[in-house]
Unconditional design. Structure first.
Length: 466
């Protein structure tokens, strides 16, 4: 289906204009996309978001006599001796690009430790790649999720949207793309604006695929699209179609403004096509709170069909912290779930090198009681290595199960110094661990990324063994 300006016949670029595609697009391994010709709007400046309605979310809290704080010197007296840091043998299978002319392609999935993107950015920096030489093949629609940093300049989003996450889904064969998150709205007028420029105001996209969950027969979904402040295009998603809208313009694209006009829309991600080829592709799919369960629930066939035409040379998977926080954690069930998840991953990426990153070390907060009546009450004894031991067990399972699916293993906990190292990282200068003793500082994430890059010998694989 090809849609022209204002719903009329397509206005094809005249001689001398830049043309990016002149036929029906074949996207995502054969899926036919709806094409939208967009008029060449003026080159936009900084994206200005509409005024936001602010709700007063600050409530007055009653004085709390109990607080949670990091353990003190007395409680850390029995901390085990720090392990001597040794390089880890991360046995990647060494698969390089099938085509030496194609940039090496990496995807990394994980939880909040990965979602901030500092780990991935430092990994690229350690490999010698400048930021403007690293590009994404897929951008998930969770740019408004706190704790997530994506390779975009800016976004504007109203409150009419809701997230659907694969890791909490109870569906079997859930319809998720590789971002493992959907953005859904049924509220007319809901908008999402995205500035895809990254390091400057120079446009860097020659075209863009927008992925939606295909509307079911009988369901009408109408959206409005504006590219670079041009005229709004009305696009009705094809019922029973692939849900892929291919935007093409007469000049490189900077911004896209999406508005729901009618129906219920499920946005699944963006597949950018760049003006210049990068030195390396890197996709970061970290989601705060996520677990490996998301891989178990998804439909691997559905994932392979949608925005997945750039095969990955290396798949990195980092989970375990949120599983370890589950009071009902059953390690035998965790093992079987991990096997099912990696089975799905291998259906989607059978030829990729793979490495599992175990959960980092984590500490325990101590309950403190304030007030005169608690002055002589001793604090309860705390097992300061509770989460350290759980994370060790999860890592051991990941190591063993990973071998079944040709996945190497890297112990983030060992790279920190072993059980109890989270407390030392919190007292390190510079500080490497936050006071929640769960989440690292930017410096902590950067040090971790450099150690992983060295242990996995990533430079060797990115340069085909040279």
């Amino acid at each position: 289906m090809t849609i022209g300006v204002n719903g009329h016949k397509p206005i094809w670029p005249r001689f001398g204009h830049v043309v990016f595609l002149l036929t029906i697009a074949l996207c995502s391994q054969g899926a036919i996309a709806q094409e939208v010709d967009v008029p060449a709007g003026p080159s936009p400046g900084e994206l200005q978001c509409p005024p936001h309605k602010h709700h007063n979310k600050h409530k007055r809290h009653k004085h709390n006599e109990e607080t949670l704080e990091p353990p003190g010197t007395e409680e850390l007296a029995d901390l085990p001796v720090q392990n001597e840091l040794q390089p880890q043998e991360v046995a990647l299978d060494g698969r390089g690009p099938a085509d030496a002319s194609h940039p090496y392609s990496i995807a990394i999935w994980g939880d909040s430790h990965i979602a901030s993107n500092y780990f991935a950015e430092e990994m690229m920096r350690a490999l010698g790649f400048a930021q403007d030489k690293v590009q994404s093949t897929f951008i998930p629609p969770d740019m408004d999720r706190p704790g997530v940093r994506l390779p975009i300049r800016k976004h504007c989003q109203d409150e009419g949207w809701n997230f659907e996450y694969a890791y909490v889904s109870r569906q079997v064969n859930g319809a998720f793309t590789k971002g493992l998150v959907n953005l859904k709205s049924h509220v007319p007028g809901s908008y999402l604006w995205v500035d895809f420029r990254t390091h400057s105001l120079v446009p860097n996209l020659r075209a863009l695929d927008i992925l939606f969950a295909p509307p079911a027969p009988g369901q009408k979904v109408l959206i409005g699209l504006i590219v670079d402040d041009g005229a709004e295009q009305m696009v009705e998603l094809e019922q029973g179609g692939r849900g892929i809208v291919h935007l093409r313009a007469e000049q490189p694209i900077s911004t896209v403004k999406l508005r729901l006009v009618e129906g219920t829309v499920v946005l699944q991600g963006f597949v950018p096509q760049y003006v210049e080829k990068p030195a390396v592709y890197l996709d970061n799919f970290g989601i705060p709170g996520a677990t490996m369960h998301g891989w178990k629930t998804l439909d691997a066939g559905y994932l392979k069909e949608r925005g997945n035409d750039v095969p990955y040379n290396l798949v990195i998977i980092e989970y375990g912290t949120n599983e370890g926080n589950d009071r009902s954690l059953d390690l035998s069930k965790y093992k079987s779930d991990l096997q099912a998840s990696l089975e799905n991953m291998r259906r989607a990426y059978p030829g990729a090198s793979c490495v599992l990153i175990g959960p980092p070390d984590r500490g325990v907060l101590v309950k403190r009681r304030r007030g005169k009546k608690y002055r002589n009450v001793k604090p309860a004894k705390v097992n300061i290595l509770k989460y350290s031991r759980i994370h060790q067990q999860i890592g051991d399972i990941q190591h063993a199960v990973g071998e079944e699916y040709s996945c190497a293993y890297w112990s983030w906990q060992d790279a920190m110094g072993g059980p109890g190292s989270a407390y030392r990282w919190m007292h390190h200068s510079p500080v490497l661990m936050g006071r929640d003793i769960t989440h690292m500082t930017v410096s902590g994430l950067q040090i971790s990324a450099r150690r992983f890059t060295e242990d996995a010998k990533l430079s060797k694989y990115l340069h085909n063994g040279e």
